[in-house]
Design a protein around this ligand. Structure first.
Ligand code: MRU
Length: 352
């Protein structure tokens, strides 16, 4: 029986467990796992069992609530110091997606501002709210994005920024899902996304499940489909956007953005507003995660294909300069890179 019921991550409050789909087993096996163990949670994010910036953030919030509620003590001081330690440990898991840091900071702030005798309950409530908020935020992204598409348009996407990368709907694929609800049919070209094949394994899988017309292409086919005039728009997700609008996303996104510019195709970055990191002045300040060489040298099912001891560079993300981005599609609306300054000012006023 499914606990998640169409969601990607969830909070089983009855048994105090964090629940997730193990995405490393997809598309061959659908397997929901639940845990209240920190090492298993950390491993789930590190090994991409739970992946995609919004999903990582919400999952981290759920995990913190589970771990604090599992503590045998009700002493507020001890819980707070435990909370601080857990957040400091968890944040090291994946460095590029700002949503992880964002969610952990929210949990920490909530813990610190709670009356000492209600820390457990308040963290549980906040984690459940993060789940609901993510669903409504992604739906809004979908609604704003769908306004930019018309019936029979074809979009190209890179990596997986669909429902598996958030709680439901996703970011880059949300406009496709909402367009479908509105009776429009949108065709999707999904880059396979080497080395970990999120496009082949996850994007193709979830779109087919939803009955959406998807063609899987090798990453190096993107230029050809654009050159043949098959693509009306590019929709990608995002892990962090710097103050100047430079956006980090899955490695290979930059190449797609350059191609889109060359062929005059609009390039949209879809993400929750919380993905803006106003503390990073530009893309060069964004830490890019580097992962194990074996992800590049071995096939997904662990069969060696490259020479032993070959040197490997395995950046998990790259940064697309804001000059290549047509607009950001967020829950607050469609924002042009040139309009970002206005939002930075607003959010600074909010903070101080
Ligand atoms: O390494 P992953 O699979 O976590 O990378 C995911 C992406 O790059 C997504 O495009 C991004 O997190 C946005 S998800 C809505």
């Amino acid at each position: 029986m499914s606990f998640l019921n169409g969601a990607t991550v969830g909070y089983d409050t009855e048994n105090n467990k964090a629940v997730f789909i193990d995405q490393t087993l997809l598309p061959l096996h659908y397997c929901e796992k639940s845990t209240d163990d920190f090492d298993e949670m950390y491993d789930a994010v590190k090994c991409l069992k739970v992946r995609g910036a919004p999903a990582i953030g919400v999952f981290a919030g759920i995990c913190i609530a589970v771990l604090i509620n599992k503590a045998e003590t009700d002493d507020g001081g001890i819980l707070l110091s435990e909370l601080e330690n857990l957040c400091a440990d968890f944040v090291t898991c994946r460095p590029t997606a700002v949503n992880l840091k964002w969610a952990l900071e929210k949990m920490l702030e909530e813990g610190k501002s709670s009356p000492r005798d209600s820390i457990k309950q308040r963290l549980k409530t906040l984690a459940l709210k993060m789940i609901d908020d993510d669903i409504s935020v992604c739906r809004k992204i979908g609604e704003y994005g769908a306004e930019l598409l018309k019936d029979k348009d074809a979009v190209l996407t890179h990596c997986n920024a669909g429902r598996l990368a958030a709680v439901k709907y996703g970011t880059a694929l949300a406009p496709v899902y909402i367009s479908k609800e509105q009776g429009h049919s949108i065709k999707v070209f999904a880059d396979e996304t080497r080395p970990l094949l999120q496009g082949a394994r996850l994007t193709a899988f979830e779109l087919m499940q939803e009955g959406i017309d998807v063609s899987l292409i090798c990453d190096n086919t993107a230029a050809s489909v654009m050159a043949k005039g098959k693509i009306d728009a590019v929709l990608v997700g995002c892990d962090r956007v710097a103050r100047n609008g430079d956006a980090a996303n899955k490695i290979g996104t930059l190449s797609v953005a350059i191609l889109a510019k060359h062929y005059g195709i609009p390039f949209y970055v879809c993400m929750p507003f919380s993905t803006f990191d106003f503390t990073s002045s530009d893309g060069s300040k964004i830490v890019i995660e580097e992962r194990e060489p074996c992800e590049v040298t071995d096939f997904w099912y662990k069969e060696r294909m490259a020479p032993k001891n070959v040197n490997v560079l395995n950046f998990a993300f790259d940064v697309t300069p804001s000059s290549l981005i047509t607009a950001f599609i967020t829950e607050k609306g469609v924002i042009m890179p040139s309009e970002l300054k206005k939002y930075i000012k607003k959010s600074t006023e909010d903070i101080f």
